[in-house]
Write a protein that binds this ligand. Structure first.
Ligand code: ADP
Ligand code: MG
Ligand code: MG
Length: 258
């Protein structure tokens, strides 16, 4: 069993125009282990994507206080690729397009990066696995020979992020608004993919605005984030309460300022 722990995390970003440092995360605490699915809900602009980018090690996000521990070891000094090798995975809210690298090449390289040099995946094994996952996600085979995310529709990008998840098999996946822009059928397919990963070796942190996704991927724990902090923790029923009462209702309940 592995753990991912976020301790009193404070993060600043530099504004591109004014070069002023702005504090976005103001003391986030969260602990999860493999075998669990956690959800973070919260209004726009509250720091959810900042948290996910910081866990993954994006260089624009600077940790000024606190720590991120993977299996009790700080990962703050590790570059992105090392965090990925340690088993962290981020499905981004806005996946990047990469010209000149096909989906298949990218996926094979990503698998092999996590395997020892003398045990790289064979082409046969890779294609077999890919075929299986494409079927699970109702994806066309032609998708894998296309350049990564180039010209993909919003829904195709999200499905492709889940394809990466299923192929790379991380210990912890952070799924940032994987449901945004998906119609109900695509939402079900994406949820089926994530649910197929459920095991004692896998944990997920699902970031979403809406309760909708959490009907299909039922979380063990729900955290609500506002203004750069986790302000409430609960079970799946917390998501339903938020849907009914809105974030404004919770602000009133907690006595937070708008
Ligand atoms: P959420 O994902 O909850 O909608 P974000 O983490 O994207 O929130 O953004 C939180 C705040 O941080 C916003 O005010 C946003 O403008 C700011 N922010 C995030 N990333 C950057 C960045 N790279 N440069 C400047 N400001 C940023
Ligand atoms: Mg947002
Ligand atoms: Mg976001």
């Amino acid at each position: 069993m592995e753990t991912l722990q976020i301790k009193n995390l404070h993060v600043v970003v530099e504004d591109e125009e004014t070069h002023q440092q702005k504090e976005i995360l103001k003391g986030v605490n969260l602990k999860m282990q493999t075998g669990e699915i956690h959800a973070i809900m919260g209004p726009n602009g509250t720091g959810k994507s900042t948290l996910s980018q910081t866990i993954m090690g994006h260089p624009n996000y600077h940790v000024t206080q606190g720590d991120i521990l993977l299996d009790n070891q700080s990962i703050l000094e590790m570059p992105v690729d090392e965090r990925a090798r340690k088993g962290l995975f981020l499905a981004m809210q806005y996946p990047a397009e990469i010209q000149g690298v096909t989906n298949a090449e990218f996926l094979r390289a990503a698998i092999n990066a996590r395997r020892p040099k003398d045990n790289q995946i064979s082409v046969m094994e890779f294609l077999q696995e890919l075929d299986e996952k494409l079927q699970l996600l109702d994806m066309k085979e032609s998708m894998i020979e296309r350049y990564l995310n180039e010209g993909f529709s919003g829904g195709e990008k999200k499905r492709n992020e889940i394809l990466q998840l299923l192929i790379i098999k991380p210990h912890f996946a952070i799924l940032d608004e994987i449901d945004s822009g998906l119609d109900i059928d695509a939402l079900k397919v994406v949820s089926r993919g994530v649910n197929s990963m459920r095991s004692n070796n896998f944990g997920a942190l699902i970031i979403t605005h809406y309760q909708r996704l959490l009907k299909y991927i039922v979380p063990d724990t729900v955290h609500v984030m506002m203004d750069g902090r986790i302000v409430k923790n609960g079970g799946p029923e917390l998501a339903q309460k938020l849907e009914a009462e809105g974030y404004a209702g919770l602000r009133d309940e907690l006595g937070l300022k708008i």
